[in-house]
Design a binder for this molecule. Structure first.
Ligand code: CDP
Length: 246
């Protein structure tokens, strides 16, 4: 740092600082709860309930990766063309309204949940250019009274100063069973063996990519949800949060 910088800061922080610059109350950043974990670990459902319980905003970062993946299929940008994908993402018109994801003004909430789109999302998420193009869009969700953000790198990269960081895990079998049930309920066909294979491939890609690999932040609380219900998981997270905010 230059000597001039020191002098500037020194003067403005000293007793001679003008009244308009004196702190009136300590800085209180908008609270963020990050919920990261592997595919089908229950993050999405749990994050939505935690957000609703606390009256917080919700960021489903996976939906952003899925929207980018769907757009790349629609606009025919190759899944390995990292600079092309980044350019596409920067130009995308994305909105979330009442739980619906819109791409260029059209509701695509159903399409982005298809396995083909999920697999492409995981494939394009390995590129640093793609991840960087989504950073500002994700941080823009941090608004008062607070945010619950679910994804893979919410606690490690996007919100490193989060109030509470949770990392959910579950066995691959438990996750495949959940994903199977979820797809059936939505009217999509699904085969258990295919799901297990896809989950393992996606875990492998998420954990071993060099850009923002899936891993718990050093200060995250890890919770294995294999034997827990959604309600028990939510209760634990709200309990941790309440203990911090009292
Ligand atoms: O439903 P699932 O948990 O498989 O995925 P998702 O949360 O909807 O996200 C789709 C894909 O985007 C994941 O498989 C990840 O590879 C990627 N992703 C990511 O890399 N980082 C995030 N913060 C969120 C999703």
């Amino acid at each position: 740092m230059k000597r001039d910088d020191f002098e500037f800061n020194d003067r403005n922080n000293g007793p001679d600082r003008p009244d308009s610059m004196k702190p009136t109350r300590p800085f209180d950043p908008t609270p963020v709860i990050t919920i990261d974990g592997p595919t089908a670990s229950g993050k999405g459902t749990v994050a939505a309930i935690v957000a609703a319980t606390l009256g917080f905003h919700l960021l489903d970062s996976g939906a952003l990766y899925r929207l980018a993946a769907l757009a790349s299929i629609r606009y025919e940008v190759a899944k390995d063309d990292a600079p092309g994908l980044a350019k596409l993402i920067e130009a995308l018109h994305i909105t979330f309204r009442e739980g619906c994801a819109q791409l260029d003004g059209v509701d695509v909430s159903g399409e982005i949940r298809q396995e083909e789109v999920g697999n492409r999302a995981s494939a394009i998420a390995v590129y640093p250019e793609v991840r960087q193009a989504l950073v500002a869009r994700q941080r823009a969700f941090r608004k008062r009274p607070g945010l619950v953000a679910d994804g893979r790198d919410m606690g490690t990269v996007i919100f490193p100063d989060a109030t509470l960081k949770v990392f959910l895990t579950a066995s691959v079998e438990a996750r495949a069973a959940r994903r199977h049930k979820q797809l059936m309920q939505k009217g999509f066909s699904a085969n258990m063996d295919d799901l297990l294979r896809d989950l393992r491939a996606r875990d492998d890609r998420d954990m071993n990519r060099s850009a923002a690999p899936l891993r718990p932040a050093a200060d995250a609380k890890t919770l294995d949800t294999s034997g827990l219900s959604i309600d028990q998981t939510v209760e634990q997270i709200i309990g941790w949060y309440s203990a911090i905010r009292v």
